[in-house]
Design a binder for this molecule. Sequence first.
Ligand code: LLP
Length: 431
Amino acid sequence: MDFFQYKNGVLHAEAIPVHILAERFGTPLYIYSRATLARHLTQIQEAFAEAEPLICYSVKSNGNLALAREMARLGSGFDVTSGGEMYRAILAGAPGRKIVFAGVGKSKAELARALQAGVFLFNVESEEELHFLGGVAREVDIPAPVALRVNPDLPPKTHAKTDTSVKGVKFGLDIETVLDVARGVVGHSHLRVIGLHMHLGSPILSADPYRMGAAKGEHLVGELRKMGHPITVLNMGGGFGIHYRKQEALPASAFAAEILPVVKRLGCKLVLEPGRFIVGNAGILVSKVLYRKESGGKKFVIQDAAMNDLIRPTLYDSFHRIWPVNLPKGASAPPEDYEAEIPGTEKVDVVGPVCESGDFLAKQRALPPLAQGDLLAVFSAGAYGMAMASNYNSRPRAAEVLVDGDTARLARRRETLEDLVRPELEAMADW
Ligand code: LLP
């Protein structure tokens, strides 16, 4: 459940009518709900409570500092995948001991900085990286706490572009070789192999992959311990799915039911790296209808959010619910079932101003008839929305607002035209 609800035909973000925010801050606009963010973190904390896990909010899903600060305040740790994300986590108030660092291409500077920050874990993804990290750790004379990231080679479970635990992807160490790699660093002066990491993919709508992954993990932890690595941490990554279309996602307790027994048997500290589950439904993208047109026998609604603001539909054919912010006369709240006939609607392509045929937010979507100036809400846009936004077509990125009850505060101002050209002007200052 989230805190974006219709009251008397008017969409509210917590206690504030969304159209008021659109008037105040302009469109396109990302709006986040603090209460939703907190609720989703709590759901995971409660489901996994008996393991006292370290929950590391995945910064890549939404790195906005206001949200990250809120997460830190609520006791969350952070999963980072670059020096930039680590910088954000630290700025948000995270101590190093609550940061885990994954990614296949960590640079020397990033590794050194993370060592100095005292991160809890490096999730190491290749043999070369492992030895390189050992060298950097020796140089700065800070031992590196390591979790070996294994690719458990499971059947496909989500979109091919975001499935990270099938054979042939770039992530992790192959399950066939991980033990050999580990054997190569037994007794290393500056590598402490204390954990096993896996991130199965995202989003995942079944608990089965976690059962299969945890079982393989349990076996590997046993083998790693036998060879002398004192494994105390099992990091099961992120990936918990959310409701995009209807109530299709599992509660956190369903994942806990598969993961907790293994953690208990191993006596390990559990780390989780949820991003989407926490922030996905804590954010909406609000846009304004610019024009309508008919072309090639199809109806188009052209609104002011585009693929540069939310690329998920273009990139993954993702489904995001879209509905008017203020319900037109006779229109009902967003349908429970988009597959069924929805009375009072027409099928339209919802597109943006970017110069690509692939610039769309929805295709042949049932929507009530819309007029110029109407506001639309694109739901479930909190994760991988603004985080993947770009300046394509020299479009300034949207503003972000954080709502808390009846208070709304700007969490990122809208970019200006000057922002777009500043790095070039600076570079060319002495030309
Ligand atoms: N941990 C690791 C190592 C990851 O690679 C990811 C996501 C997460 C945690 C967080 O996953 P989550 O709990 O948010 O599902 N841009 C795509 C998703 C890419 C996910 C990348 N890794 C999308 O918009 O669906």
